[in-house]
Design a protein around this ligand. Structure first.
Ligand code: PHE
Length: 339
């Protein structure tokens, strides 16, 4: 029996040496390694082996099977990795498009506004969104019975022992904080989120963004305010834009104005966006009220200042000609993708 085993071993070695492709490797397996193969046949004959030789014979058979299996595995991995007759990579396939995110159109607008004003020498300042009545209204010269203080317009924050805490309704309280903490010259813009208790519609949101601007120094004039805002409008809305100031009223500026630019869609001839007027309102502004300067410890006899404020959502709506402010907050990829 041991002789038979050793004959089979040399047979298997000869066969293995002749294998040169995957099909021949498979033939090798079918001949020697399956249930009806040569090795299994010898295992079947173990029964005939005398008891005292069984152990040695069984051992020799096991060794043979193991080495045949190892040989087969080796040839299998050699041939299955062989290069195919045709190249696997089709270099003519078009490349895959990689989709990646980008800044939200509102962040883009804020970034552009910041860039334009920092280029003109303004720094960027921020302040708290949860404010008190003093910074949001009183220091800004809002009379105690001013309607903007009403529950209808302002979100108040419940707080033990205090009834003057609110979500800021504009970025103007940051003016107050700046003027109280710095000596003139002060030249900063103040972007940030603001809150108003308003019904959400195509034209207004209860939560939106503003950029406030403030310049306080000796001899600051309305002409400088106009020049600065005109430069801004040209840079932001396009060099062909015209502007006009309209009388207005804010408690914290005197005189006060609202600024319009010519509708860039119709170029001033009148269309849906400008409601046939040819003009679009873009911001409120004015010379800082002497009382506000005084509230902040700045002598209005020595210093003067201008301030302006605009809505970021609105500015971007106008720039890109959208007619529904809510689109900015719907996270609809079909809309965001376009900017
Ligand atoms: N704070 C004003 C508003 O929210 C805008 C403004 C700012 C007007 C600064 C004048 C000067 O409507």
């Amino acid at each position: 029996m041991l002789d038979t085993i050793s004959t089979l071993r040399s047979q298997i070695e000869t066969d293995a040496a002749a294998v040169s492709n995957a099909a021949e490797a498979e033939a090798f397996r079918l001949k020697h390694l399956v249930r009806k193969g040569t090795i299994a046949a010898l295992f079947d004959r173990l029964r005939e082996v005398p008891k005292d030789a069984k152990r040695e014979t069984g051992q020799a058979l096991n060794d043979l099977r193991t080495s045949a299996e190892v040989t087969f595995e080796a040839m299998q991995s050699r041939f299955s990795n062989a290069p195919a007759a045709t190249p696997r990579q089709d270099v003519t396939l078009p490349g895959r498009t990689l989709y990646h995110g980008h800044e939200h159109p509102l962040r883009q607008a804020q970034g552009r506004i910041e860039e334009i004003f920092t280029r003109m020498g303004f720094s960027i300042a921020t302040g708290p969104m949860v404010e008190d009545d003093y910074h949001n209204f009183e220091a800004l010269n809002f009379a105690p019975d001013h309607p903007a203080r009403d529950m209808q317009d302002t979100f108040f924050v419940k707080m033990e022992g205090r009834d003057d805490i609110l979500l800021r309704t504009h970025t103007s309280p940051v003016q107050i904080r700046l003027m109280k903490s710095q000596k003139p010259p002060i030249r900063a813009i103040m972007p940030g989120r603001v809150f108003r208790n308003e019904a959400v519609s195509a034209r207004s949101l209860a939560e939106f963004h503003q950029v406030e601007g403030l310049y306080v120094d000796r001899g600051v004039t309305l002409a400088q305010l106009k020049g600065t805002l005109f430069e801004f409008a040209r840079a932001y809305y396009g060099s062909g834009v015209k502007m006009r100031f309209r009388n207005s009223y804010f408690p914290f500026t005197e005189p006060s104005a609202e600024m319009d630019i010519t509708c860039f869609l119709c170029n001033g001839t009148g269309c849906r966006i400008c409601k046939q007027t040819g003009w679009l309102e873009i911001l409120g502004c004015g010379m800082v009220h002497p009382r506000v300067l005084r509230n902040c410890g700045i002598d209005p006899e020595e210093y003067s200042g201008y301030a302006f404020g605009m809505g970021i959502e609105r500015s971007q709506l106008l720039r890109i000609g959208l007619d529904d402010i809510r689109l900015f907050y719907e996270n609809d990829i079909r809309m965001l993708e376009q900017f």
